[in-house]
Design a protein around this ligand. Structure first.
Ligand SMILES: Nc1ncnc2c1ncn2[C@@H]1O[C@H](COP(=O)(O)OP(=O)(O)OP(=O)(O)O)[C@@H](O)[C@H]1O
Length: 861
């Protein structure tokens, strides 16, 4: 087609888009006039009937704004019997107010979905499908991916057979442009470029639990949010209202990131919450790893049930007086025997219903037996119920009931369970191991933890069938991190079991790591059937980055496939950079700042991802501040984030600091690292001082990846040495010491400790190889000071090796050796390991003084 023809087509489409906007704007102002001044339940005069009369009121404000997105995305011509019809597909449904004809149909309506599911090889009744590339209301370009207007059908089919990839043939460059756009602060909807496999899941009519497994960047979050819009589209006749849907995201940062999408999709009044917000109010404490795992395990539900039921005191019946209860009531003496009480307790206890309902049943049955003398010879009637009412209030009766069947609250039950070893054993024998049981034991006054809050949710349900709020549909994102107890709590909120579950087993970082979806799906579906869908195309992460990270996924979740990236290869999209420990953060900050400054696009984003400890974040922030002062341009777009807060997020450039520390951070360390490495849309930079984890060590084989540099390429002057160590080793140590002494943190520690020792009269000295040493009658005491990053085990291990080498350079007896840190070791076990493996004690700065097991030996004669 000539460029003149093309221009003519664009002009025609522009006119259609202008018309659509004009009608849409009239709808908006009419709806505004209708909704704003008057509440909806008032009668509306004829003249202000909305242009879209069948739109439910809660959706009307959705017409307000498109959040910067374009209204129209596609034109479709279809052939209905002999009639040809042209319509447009867009983000909202728009009608011509004059005749009620539809001008734009919503992308989520059944007709739009059908047209988009058509392919060139199976076009159905689609004659023309024209993708419009628009910038808001301006048509920039178009592409016809189905065009049978002049070609006989059979020929079209032959020409285009085998075309099953929507992306390759349909969206082509439009999609690539879209996924290449900078990732700013907010995620955008994907209405214009949604792909067929995604759309199939968005518009799935399956009513039960639908699990959607997909690797990083395959569009799971996007699919979940678009599914909400589909469920709410009145044309899909689900009859679900926005207030009946709950979307659960893994953390609050992601809430913020997706916050623009509901507006773009025209959704309002849907609850979107971070998982922890569901139980936030009650949790102030924290658990150790084992307690966390036990409390969130499915077995805990049984432990809680037993704990609650163990409060019913069957054994107390035997301790009651001869006649279990004797009451003088009006002119009679009413009695309950032991056998009466026992039978009633068992009958009520074994009946269905909540704990409270069963207790109420026990009371009713006791009353039945108690009033038998009144009933005999007389029909039951009003007076019968009067007697029951007065007996209920009888003090002796109430005391008996409370003694046998107390009514504890959920927190009382939980605290009692945790604070009594006997009760714990009684409630968990055969369910938990001794060690697991012991991990639950604690003082009753300690604050409740996040896992306890979920246990309370379970207990409240057991006690009185209470559920905070029920929904008709749930969308759960990053569901691989749900604990079994959380899954139970969520299932209770959705009695219809209509749940969209999105996740990736390879990205699991919760306390329970699942090899398949079976357990979570079984709990959410409560025994009903569930189905699994898969997304395999990656829209975020460049191919080289996925290849680099893939061994981590293969190691932890071998059955799960990693995405096929849609992005063409980008040169140098992965760089690893090995640096000396004391240069680690400075180097990482400098790289992040350089990446931020390398683009003029203000919507680009850079993340500096650090291991999950506040000190890493603080120290990195400081380095970033220093780097910013020298390169202020655009560096405000760099964010420092601990690795636990990046789930579901994405950035254009990502710098990951010290992957080995992330990988060593507990049983889910490798998965956590996989998440960190798969956040970028453009480049990934890995900066490390410790060797890379084994799974990534073949990284340098990846074509296009910048090579790693030597760990310590430090030049230095030759020295004379009379030690047992080789000259080369001495030289190396001297070089390292001189580099260490350029680190301000190192120096402030070294001078601080020297001053302390001097004040204590211990005569500290330094040498070209040792940071500090002093002589004692028993031999030399050596101190190796570790500066920035030194609190992490891997760096401590390096420091310990160096200290052994330093000791080797002295020709004197060594009495003791100490590592000196700026603060407590990050890993709680690190000091003990260094002591047992290397025979080196660890001390660290705490406030104005020093701490550590052998602190006194380090600081006195
Ligand atoms: N069809 C599409 N067209 C354009 N962009 C898309 C498409 N599908 C997904 N994307 C984009 O790809 C990025 C990743 O999507 P999303 O965050 O939903 O993936 P995810 O599977 O949830 O990833 P993760 O598992 O890493 O959290 C988003 O920016 C999203 O807008």
């Amino acid at each position: 087609m000539s460029s003149v023809d093309r221009k003519a087509v664009i002009a025609t489409e522009q006119a259609a888009v202008n018309r659509a906007y004009a009608y849409w704007e009239r709808s908006r102002s009419a709806n505004k006039a209708l909704t704003k001044p008057r509440p909806w339940n008032q009668d509306c005069p004829e003249s202000s009937t909305p242009f879209i009369p069948d739109t439910p009121p809660e959706l009307l404000n959705a017409y307000d704004d498109l959040g910067g997105q374009n209204l129209v995305v596609l034109r479709v011509d279809i052939k209905e019997t002999s009639r040809k019809e042209t319509f447009y597909i867009g983000r909202r449904s728009v009608k011509n107010p004059a005749n009620g004809n539809r001008v734009v149909i919503s992308w989520s309506s059944p007709l739009a979905i059908r047209c988009r599911q058509a392919s060139a090889s199976q076009p159905g009744n689609v004659l023309l499908r024209r993708i419009l590339q628009c910038k808001e209301r301006r048509v920039l370009d178009y592409r016809d991916d189905i065009d049978r207007r002049s070609v006989p059908l059979q020929e079209t089919e032959r020409k285009q057979s085998g075309d099953s990839s929507f992306s390759a043939s349909v969206l082509g460059n439009f999609l690539l442009e879209e996924i290449n756009r900078g990732r700013g602060e907010r995620m955008r909807d994907i209405v214009a470029t949604i792909e067929r496999d995604q759309l199939r899941l968005v518009a799935s009519e399956y009513k039960g639990v639908l699990i959607i497994q997909g690797g990083p960047g395959t569009g799971k979050t996007a699919v979940g949010l678009h599914r909400v819009a589909w469920l709410l589209d009145p044309e899909n006749k689900t009859s679900i209202k926005p207030s009946e849907i709950l979307v659960v995201l893994p953390h609050r940062g992601l809430l913020d990131y997706v916050s623009a999408i509901p507006q773009q999709l025209g959704i309002s009044d849907v609850s979107i919450k971070a998982l922890d917000q569901l139980w936030a109010d009650e949790a102030a404490g924290s658990d150790d790893e084992l307690a966390r795992r036990v409390k969130s395990d499915e077995r805990m539900a049984q432990v809680l049930r037993r704990a609650l039921e163990n409060t019913v005191r069957f054994h107390a019946v035997d301790k009651l007086p001869n006649s279990a209860l004797r009451i003088s009531h009006l002119d009679r003496t009413l009695r309950l025997s032991h056998q009466d009480v026992r039978t009633v307790l068992h009958q009520a206890f074994n009946s269905p219903g909540s704990f409270k309902a069963r207790r109420a049943k026990a009371i009713d049955l006791l009353l039945d037996r108690l009033i038998t003398p009144y009933v005999t010879g007389r029909g039951r009637g009003r007076s019968d119920s009067d007697i029951r009412t007065s007996l209920r209030k009888n003090k002796a009766f109430r005391t008996l009931v409370n003694r046998l069947w107390p009514e504890p609250s959920a927190p009382q039950t939980l605290r009692r369970l945790y604070s009594s070893r006997g009760f714990l054993t009684q409630s968990s024998s055969g369910l938990l191991t001794k060690e697991e049981r012991e991990s639950l034991f604690r003082e009753p006054h300690l604050p409740l933890t996040p896992e306890d809050a979920v246990c309370l949710d379970e207990l409240r349900y057991l006690i009185d069938g209470d559920v905070p709020r029920r929904y008709r549909h749930l969308v759960i994102d990053e569901a691989q991190d749900l604990t079994p107890m959380q899954a139970r709590a969520l299932a209770r909120r959705c009695p219809s079991r209509s749940i969209t579950v999105l996740g990736d087993l390879a990205q699991a970082t919760g306390p329970h790591l699942y090899q398949s979806w079976d357990q979570i799906a079984r709990i959410l579906a409560s025994g009903e059937k569930w189905i699994l869908g898969e997304l395999k195309t990656g829209y975020r992460v460049p191919r080289e980055v996925i290849d680099f990270a893939a061994p981590l996924a293969k190691a932890t979740a071998p059955k799960v496939s990693v995405p096929e990236s849609l992005r063409p290869p980008v040169k140098d999209s992965v760089t690893t950079s090995a640096v000396a420990p004391w240069r680690l953060l400075e180097e990482a900050a400098a790289k992040a700042v350089a990446l931020a400054g390398s683009t003029d696009d203000a919507s680009r984003s850079v993340a500096l991802v650090v291991p999950d400890d506040p000190e890493w974040t603080e120290e990195t922030e400081q380095r970033l501040k220093a780097a910013r002062s020298t390169t202020p341009r655009r560096t405000e777009m760099v964010r420092v984030l601990p690795v636990s807060r990046i789930k579901g997020m994405e950035f254009d450039h990502v710098v990951v600091v010290e992957p080995t520390v992330i990988a060593d951070g507990g049983p889910a360390g490798l998965n956590q690292l996989y998440v960190a490495l798969t956040r970028c849309t453009q480049t990934l930079t890995v900066v490390h001082a410790a060797p890379l984890p084994r799974e990534l060590s073949s990284a340098s084989d990846i074509p296009g990846m910048a090579p790693a540099c030597d760990r310590r390429p430090l030049p230095g002057p030759p020295v004379e040495s009379s030690s047992r160590a080789s000259d080369e080793l001495c030289q190396r140590l001297i070089n390292e010491v001189s580099v260490d002494r350029q680190d301000p943190l190192h120096e402030s520690l070294r001078t601080g400790l020297t001053a302390h020792l001097a004040q204590a009269g211990l005569r500290p000295e330094d040498s070209p190889v040792a940071d500090i040493f002093r002589r004692t009658p028993d031999g030399l005491v050596l101190y190796e000071v570790l500066g920035s990053g030194g609190r992490v085990y891997l760096h401590m291990r390096d420091g310990a090796v160096r200290l052994l080498e330093v000791a080797e350079t002295f020709q004197e007896k060594i009495h003791r050796k100490f590592l000196v840190l700026a603060g407590e070791p990050v890993e709680p076990w690190a000091a003990a390991s260094i002591a047992s493996v290397f025979g080196i004690s660890v001390i660290w700065k705490r406030g104005d003084g020093w701490a550590g097991h052998d602190r006194d030996l380090a600081l006195r004669e």
